[in-house]
Design a protein around this ligand. Structure first.
Ligand code: AHR
Length: 513
């Protein structure tokens, strides 16, 4: 059946400004993300640097803004020096994090150059698993110090005259996780993170530092980890990370579709902890939340089936690891998670969809073959291209759905942004059965409207090298007296853009427009 829903937008209540960095991504030396992903020198579209042209074009189209690199779990055993200097001298190493062999054909220089060509700001992680402050400081000096020291001159000899000027640095990765190389208690990690942060700031006071929060909301140490780590570092860091992956419990797509309710709670709890610690320690410096790994990921399959096989196999180069094939349903969940991130723009300073190519990624490709967009590509691209300016948190009047995991949730989730005279509205329909005719008020003219749903209503539809079955399609919007009405099919994502009448802009609060 078709139901009705109303999204109420109060333009006078436009709030926080969305940081473009919320639309970040993540490239790890893992599986086929780098090798056979962005980098494949023998591919017909590869340029002189060995990076694939077809993948590069899809990355550009995605509209991501910042890229976290080079891990992930990988970074906790990584020696950055292995990846610089003449390729023929670079060592092959075991990567214990992913039971693979790392050739080091791609390192800081190649990756930074590539990131520049696709318009991505580089966000670099340092190894606090097997290494510590000294090696992190060396990497920072190598990357950001202009010249006249052994490390900065080594960079220049290696082909980069000007500093890389990397601004955002992650102090290790998921150090709360027993699976992490160099896993630590909160106190152990807090201490080493503080020492590293202090030393790095001595070298380059302009950097922004991200301290590692919990690996997920269900970690037994969640909460105490954040409080302890921030007690050590709150006066030294700019962001604390949140990692959040969601999957469908067998037979419970309704709860899966409500995953953003879980993310909302996770973000609110971390924000509360930040406030408590800052108040307790009298910290004036703001601390943002860096959701620097988030996505849909079938982790149960990875942990129970794929990982045991990978870790008892050999040490292959670029094995196929967690190449999840996403469905229309997954894309709608990704859309709802984006709505949660945008809605928390007052607290979320950065976020990185994990990962970019092949590994739980919006872009897939085959060696010597095609590159294609997974369904999850599209809501991300919509948000990255159109969520600009200030956030409007709407009132939602819609059917209430019962879920096993999150209780009662509205069938419609939505958020809007306003930038000069442009309003962008993002919405999902979580209902598995019912279309929704959705109305919202925004005095002005609709300039584009599209929805994304499964082909012929099949939420399990996927895309592949030969067929892009899940892609946005234009949808009709009925507009009358500034009220716009469109129909969202069951399990769908929508993006509508409106050019506002100048009279409507008078009611927008503040001076940011
Ligand atoms: O993104 C895949 C892995 O997930 C990352 O390496 C790790 O940080 C997280 O557990």
């Amino acid at each position: 059946m078709t139901r009705s829903a109303t999204i109420s937008l109060d333009l006078s209540a436009a709030g926080a400004t969305v940081s473009p960095r919320i639309f970040g991504t993540f490239v790890e030396h893992m599986g086929r993300c780098v090798y056979e992903g962005i980098y494949e020198p023998t591919h017909s579209t590869a340029d002189a640097t060995g990076f694939r042209g077809d993948v590069r074009e899809l990355v550009r189209g995605l509209g991501a803004t910042i890229v976290r690199y080079p891990g992930g779990n990988f970074v906790s055993g990584y020696r950055w020096e292995d990846g610089v200097g003449p390729r023929e001298n670079r060592p092959r190493r075991l990567d214990a994090a992913w039971h693979s062999t790392e050739s080091n054909a791609v390192g800081l220089h190649e990756f930074a150059d590539w990131a520049e060509t696709v318009g991505l700001e580089l966000m670099e992680a340092v190894n606090l698993g097997t290494r510590g402050p000294a090696e992190a400081a060396d990497l920072l000096e190598y990357a950001n110090h202009p010249s006249g020291t052994a490390l900065s001159d080594q960079r220049r000899t290696n082909g980069r005259e000007e500093p890389f000027g990397i601004r955002v640095w992650c102090l290790g990765n998921e150090m709360d996780g027993p699976w992490q190389i160099g896993h630590k208690t909160a106190d152990e990690y807090g201490r080493i993170a503080a020492e590293t942060a202090r030393l790095m700031r001595f070298i380059d006071p302009d950097i922004e530092l991200v301290v590692a929060g919990s690996s997920n909301h269900e970690m037994p140490t969640f909460g105490t980890w954040e409080r302890t780590v921030l007690a050590h570092t709150a006066d030294l860091v700019d962001h604390i990370s949140v990692h959040a992956y969601y999957e469908e419990e067998p037979g419970d797509p309704a709860s899966f579709l409500a995953s953003s309710v879980g993310l909302d709670a996770y973000l609110d709890e971390v924000a509360g902890i930040i406030d408590d610690v800052r108040a307790e320690h009298g910290i004036a410096r703001p601390i943002g939340i860096s959701v620097d790994e988030w996505n849909v990921w079938n982790q149960t399959r990875w942990n129970e089936v794929d990982k045991p096989a990978v870790f008892t196999g050999g040490w292959p180069e670029a094995p196929r690891l967690i190449e999840d094939e996403y469905t229309a349903l997954d894309a709608v969940v990704v859309g709802s998670l984006l709505i949660s991130l945008i809605s928390h723009a007052d607290r979320v300073s950065m976020a990185n969809l994990a990962q970019l190519v092949n590994v739980i990624a919006p872009i897939r490709c085959e060696p010597g073959g095609a590159a294609w967009r997974q369904p999850t590509y599209f809501p991300f691209a919509d948000a990255a291209h159109h969520a600009r300016g200030r956030v409007i948190l709407p009132g939602i009047d819609a059917e209430v759905l019962e879920t096993a995991r999150y209780g009662s949730v509205p069938s419609i989730a939505s958020v809007a942004t306003i930038d000069e005279n442009r309003l962008a509205l993002f919405a999902v329909n979580r209902s598995l059965t019912d279309a929704h005719t959705v109305s919202f008020t925004a005095p002005g003219r609709v300039i584009s409207a599209h929805v994304l749903a499964g082909a012929d209503g099949d939420v399990r539809t996927t895309n592949g090298p030969d067929a892009e079955l899940v892609a946005p399609r234009e949808v009709e919007v009925e507009s009358s007296s500034g009220i716009h009405t469109l129909t969202l099919p069951p399990v769908s994502w929508a993006c509508v853009r409106v050019e506002l009448d100048s009279a409507a802009l008078d009611s927008v609060a503040g001076d940011a427009l």
